[in-house]
Design a protein around this ligand. Structure first.
Ligand code: SF4
Length: 320
């Protein structure tokens, strides 16, 4: 098996707002191999983007990275040293966000924006590489290179953003809900394209998403987050075949299946509707199996079928 390209271990992040310290990510772990598309799934506010941004040195103001280590290739960093992470990972990691038109400069043609990224890498044949990069992302430079962001479609803007991301030849791409602003057809097209680029370049992708069915089509492994805690992680197939954590079960039960239609079961409550205290399962206010011991401590990780689940229902298996 290929060795891990990015390993995040025991990442914990506090929010410091209105004079109050609150733990918003607790013990986050993740391991991505070269060439793999790894899904990071959870509802809005579950800590997906915050965790990934902090792991590359881009924790937002008002956040305090309390603990954790980041291994990238053979290098190891303390997650709390955001400056060092930023400085060292900026050449190996690219980011792709959901609102490509918003991310592009409206006053500069799309060709110029990709060219600027190429120039930072001090290329020799900039124009040749620029045209090739447009071709790689499925765009014609002659048609689109001199257009401004408002003159291209949402799908084309996302491909331009992708060209900017690929111009640095990253080993890892963090794609944060990259298709949320696109229509369904363009979304599928974009993800198929991302998967093929990933294969061609042996580039790893962390695909941050709230859409579980989308992730199931493109990812080989995934982690599911709820309220800043990873609840289940591992290979995609066994998780979909037999979800163990009640939150994973709830997410899968809420996904429509066109091949065998069934009644959808919505998840009740919201991510932060319960207590934000540390030493408990943060899903207990939404869980149909909750019991008093769920609120006494963080559920331990249980290994089963090549994955990890954090729930007291499987606790006996820890000592077994
Ligand atoms: S630890 Fe308890 S509350 Fe949390 S998911 Fe498991 S059974 Fe539900």
């Amino acid at each position: 098996m290929t060795e891990s390209l990015l390993t995040i271990t025991d990442l914990s992040i506090d929010s410091l707002r209105d004079g109050t310290r609150r733990r918003i990510v607790e013990g986050f772990n993740l391991s991505v191999r070269a060439g793999e598309i790894y899904g990071l799934v959870g509802e809005s506010g579950s800590g997906k983007s915050i965790s990934m941004m902090a792991s590359v040195g881009l924790a937002a103001q008002g956040l305090d990275v309390r603990s954790g280590t980041v291994n990238f290739g053979t290098r190891r960093f303390a997650a709390s040293d955001q400056k060092s992470l930023r400085g060292n990972l900026s050449h190996g990691v690219s980011l792709l966000f959901q609102n490509a038109k918003g991310a592009l400069n409206p006053f500069i043609t799309v060709g110029k924006q990709v060219e600027r990224v190429l120039r930072r890498r001090r290329r020799s044949d900039i124009q040749g590489e620029l045209k090739e990069l447009f071709r790689v992302v499925g765009l014609n430079y002659a048609d689109l290179g001199r257009k401004y962001p408002h003159q291209v479609s949402g799908g084309q803007a996302q491909r331009v953003a992708m060209a900017c991301a690929l111009a640095t030849e990253p080993a890892l791409l963090i794609a944060d809900e990259p298709t949320t602003a696109l229509d369904v057809t363009t979304e599928r097209e974009m993800l198929r394209f991302l998967a093929s680029i990933c294969r061609q370049r042996n580039m790893a992708v962390v695909l941050i998403a709230h859409n579980l069915s989308l992730v199931s089509e493109y990812c080989s492994s995934l982690s599911i987050l709820h309220a800043g805690q990873v609840v289940e992680t591992g290979n995609l197939a066994p998780i979909f075949a037999e979800p163990l954590h009640p939150y994973t079960q709830g997410l899968i039960a809420a996904v429509p299946d066109v091949d065998s239609p069934r009644e959808l079961v919505p998840l009740i409550g919201s991510v932060w509707g319960g207590s934000s205290e540390l030493d408990r399962c943060r899903f207990s206010h939404r869980c149909p199996h909750a019991m008093p011991r769920c609120e006494r401590r963080i559920p331990p990780a249980v290994k089963r079928d090549g994955r990890e689940v954090h729930c007291v229902l499987y606790e006996q298996e820890v000592s077994a």
